[in-house]
Ligand binder design. Structure first.
Ligand code: BTN
Length: 321
């Protein structure tokens, strides 16, 4: 119903509408309209009130407002429910709470900025305004061992989106860092909840440095990070970026669910910067050096060590050397 109130405001295209009009149109009490308006304001919408007590939605063209986002979204279930925030600690955290309370598969959480964005391996993920920070709730009918495959799926969907929509020469560093040249432009964090060896839910968090000015980042990140804006020397439509990503992701997730991970992995291999490179993998205090010769069907990296033996790496911090 909250979304219906939003639609009523949205359809007025920046003109005032009275609370009574909304209430009679939606056949709900005025008090309940008021509650929904307050809740929309808490989510980040700016709703102005006239001296006569009428309401108007302030159009903010560059924000990732769900009503607008959904308008041209061609997915069938990813992004049918979108929870939008101006600022949260972490969209993965919000998505986790929603998943625990039964939110359906495909629910998306988007925030304009994050206070405590989370990266892989317990790192912070700096998430200022201008990025695309989102998390998707998934409930695949698959064993937990297949969960890393979803990280690959999201990585390929992100790389494909950036390549096809903006012509960017992206590559993927194992397992899921999207790079342009050697700088990171997008990261993916997959978190899983299991019950009795079946997946209860998976949260796939994607962070894309879209319209980020590099000099707004902490100095230690500036040499290793890039943004779409910085690569193209212009702002992009984050709305289009997010829509295309969700559409690509849904297509690939359907493939995953049909058991076609092999095709996704082949696409991943085409984007991979790691296969064929000399790498150093850091696993706690252990450092393993070798040549990355492949990835297996679980997404593990296969390293050929100096003595010619092969070693399977399931997780670790990968650095190209
Ligand atoms: C990485 O370390 O490469 C993964 C970064 C993942 C960042 C995204 S931004 C949206 C979602 N919410 C989070 O807190 N993290 C992920």
């Amino acid at each position: 119903m909250k979304n219906k109130v939003l639609e009523a405001l949205y359809e007025k295209k920046g003109e005032y509408i009275s609370i009574d009009d909304i209430a009679s149109r939606l056949e709900i009490p005025v008090s309940s309209v008021q509650e929904h308006i307050t809740s929309l304001e808490n989510e980040g919408y700016t709703i102005e009130m006239s001296p006569k007590g009428e309401f108007k939605l302030k159009e903010e063209l560059t924000l990732l407002l769900p009503t607008k986002l959904k308008k041209e979204l061609t997915t069938t279930y990813i992004g049918k429910e979108i929870h939008y925030f101006r600022e949260v600690d972490s969209t993965n955290e919000v998505a986790k709470k929603l998943a625990m309370s039964g939110a359906p598969e495909g629910t998306v959480v988007i925030a304009e900025s994050q206070r405590r964005g989370r990266g892989r391996r317990g790192k912070k993920w700096i998430s200022p305004l201008g990025g695309a920070w989102m998390s998707i709730i998934l409930r695949p009918d698959a064993p937990p061992i297949n969960a890393p495959q979803l990280t690959f799926t999201a990585g390929v969907a992100a790389a494909k989106t950036m390549k096809e929509e903006y012509g960017l020469e992206v590559s993927i560093k194992w397992p899921n860092d999207i790079l342009i040249e050697n700088k990171k432009v997008c990261g993916i964090l997959t978190e899983i909840s299991t019950e009795l060896n079946v997946i209860d839910y998976i949260i796939t968090g994607i962070g894309i440095d879209a319209n980020i000015d590099l000099d707004s980042l902490p100095p230690e990140l500036r040499d290793t990070t890039t943004s779409i804006k910085s690569e193209l020397s212009q702002d992009i439509s984050r709305m289009k970026l997010v829509r295309k990503f969700l559409e690509n992701f849904e297509g690939m997730y359907n493939e995953f669910n049909q058991g076609n991970f092999r095709d996704i992995l082949n696409m991943w291999r085409k984007y991979s910067k790691t296969i064929g490179s000399k790498v150093e993998i850091r696993k706690g205090t252990e450092i393993i050096k070798g040549e990355a010769v492949g990835v297996n069907s679980e997404g593990a990296l296969i390293l050929e060590l100096k003595d010619g033996t092969l070693r399977k790496i399931i997780s670790g911090e990968c650095r190209h050397i």
